[in-house]
Design a protein around this ligand. Structure first.
Ligand code: SAH
Ligand code: DHB
Ligand code: MG
Length: 224
């Protein structure tokens, strides 16, 4: 089993079940042209996010880590009429690309992009009385995942769904001696989730066009 095969199988399912439309294709094209790192979710992962939003009946979504807006577009497409999505991005260049992509996808009135470090914006959202959010997607700088989880809980209600991307990192996650701040952040995140009595959670390994990684799903089962 190899990256080549994972990519080919992803292409097979993507072509069948999550084919690109003009807005998604343009989002990837403009992101690449602007030199953004190609670390967006894959098409079939994006479709999973959309389906999870639908299954959740989400009317309000919070995303931490916008990049060029690719996952944002998938998530926003899972919202019903009147739904809203807030997405947080620290890099002005990424936010500029994302804003254009979100507008091109016809989602400008649904998506609110907040520019700035998420740990500055999250307390502001709380102070503004935003939330609780029905679905929260954590996909920014991994060293801050422990703090993002704490804020996600704070901005949740019983029944909210928290999804965290990149919790496996080619298996590096089980390296207890790792000094990589990203690995340390994701390990600490997983430990905090495990110790949190107000949630029920699991984590799933994935292979595909984005390599070997995985995601965590955390359901808030008690009032935070
Ligand atoms: N969710 C996107 C990928 C996000 S990549 C998708 O799948 O399409 C991670 C993003 O988090 C990058 O754009 C990076 O600039 C942003 N980021 C990094 N540190 C951040 C911080 N402290 N606050 C907010 N965003 C941050
Ligand atoms: C990285 C970040 C991501 O969100 C991702 O999906 C893949 C890679 C990274 O920082 O390397
Ligand atoms: Mg990611």
């Amino acid at each position: 089993m190899s990256q080549k095969q994972w990519t080919a199988v992803d292409r097979y399912f993507t072509d069948l079940l999550a084919p690109a439309d003009p807005a998604l294709a343009k989002a990837l094209k403009t992101s690449a042209a602007a030199g953004l790192p190609p670390i967006n979710v894959s098409p079939n992962q994006g479709k999973l996010l959309m389906l999870l939003a639908r299954l959740q009946g989400a009317r309000s979504i919070l995303e931490i880590g916008t990049l060029g807006g690719y996952s944002t577009i998938w998530l926003a497409r899972g919202l019903p009429p009147g739904g809203r999505l807030v997405t947080l991005e620290a890099e002005a260049r990424h936010a500029e690309v994302a804003r254009a992509n979100i507008a091109d996808a016809g989602l400008a009135d649904i998506v609110e992009l907040r520019l700035g470090p998420a740990l500055d914006t999250l307390p502001k959202l709380a102070a503004e009385g935003r939330g609780p959010f029905d679905l929260i997607f954590i996909d920014a700088d991994k060293p801050n995942n422990p703090d993002y989880f704490a804020w996600a809980l704070q901005l949740s209600r019983r029944g909210s769904l928290i999804i965290a991307d990149n919790v496996v990192r080619s298996g590096e996650i089980i390296d207890r001696s790792s000094r990589d701040p990203g690995i340390l952040g994701v390990r600490r995140f997983s430990e905090l989730v495990a110790a949190e009595p107000r949630v029920a959670a699991t984590a799933i390994q994935t292979v595909g066009s984005k390599g070997y990684d995985g995601f965590a799903m955390v359901l808030v089962v008690a009032d935070p």
